[in-house]
Design a protein around this ligand. Structure first.
Ligand code: FE
Length: 188
């Protein structure tokens, strides 16, 4: 696959259809500049600012864009908040739709057929394999992403984090916590 992609890129640039520097820029952007740290800042802001959180619940696309995170594969966003009774888990059963603008590129397992099918048929089993053991009374809600709508899980704010800055809070929010295959980290 790597060789095929390289051959295709060579042909397209030889024909003058693409600019290799532009391709490098896009790859660099999504590998290094756009990543789960963006989503973590969204979550930390929601934990710290009630008005932002209300906006995020009502119009996640606009609230997230207000922090500067917008663009490809994040045009329409919905935030789903975990509660003591409900845990949210995101999948794309059809392919690999993922909110690039807030989480960067998807992990390999997110695109794998076992995750895509088992997240629906056995979400509790999948979560336990990720090391997430939920109380039996907690419902798991599975959200199927599409090209039109992507989801960001807002994990529950850990206890003992009242005095933390937004920056410190963001450090507790992992990529997996925002997909729903993890929980927010513990207070330092
Ligand atoms: Fe997809």
């Amino acid at each position: 696959m790597t060789a095929r992609v390289r051959a295709l890129e060579t042909i397209l640039s030889e024909k003058g259809l693409i600019d290799p520097a532009a391709i490098d820029e896009i790859v660099d952007t999504y590998q290094n500049k756009i990543g789960p740290q963006n989503g973590a800042k969204v979550v930390a802001r929601a934990w710290s600012d009630e008005r932002f959180d209300a906006w995020l619940r009502k119009d996640a696309t606009a609230a997230i864009a207000s922090l500067g995170y917008t663009g490809r594969q994040g045009e329409h966003m919905r935030a789903v908040h975990n509660t003591p009774d409900t845990h949210n888990l995101v999948v794309c059963t059809l392919c690999s739709c993922y909110p690039w603008s807030v989480l960067g590129l998807p992990p390999v397992w997110y695109k794998s057929p076992p995750y895509r099918s088992r997240a629906v048929s056995d979400p509790r089993g999948v979560l336990s394999e990720f090391g997430v053991a939920l109380d039996p009374h907690v419902n798991i809600r599975v959200w199927d992403s599409t090209a039109e709508l992507r989801y960001l899980v807002v994990p529950m704010r850990p206890e003992g984090t009242d005095g933390l800055s937004e920056e410190a809070l963001a450090g507790l929010v992992s990529r997996d916590a925002m997909i729903g295959t993890g929980l927010a980290g513990r207070a330092p």
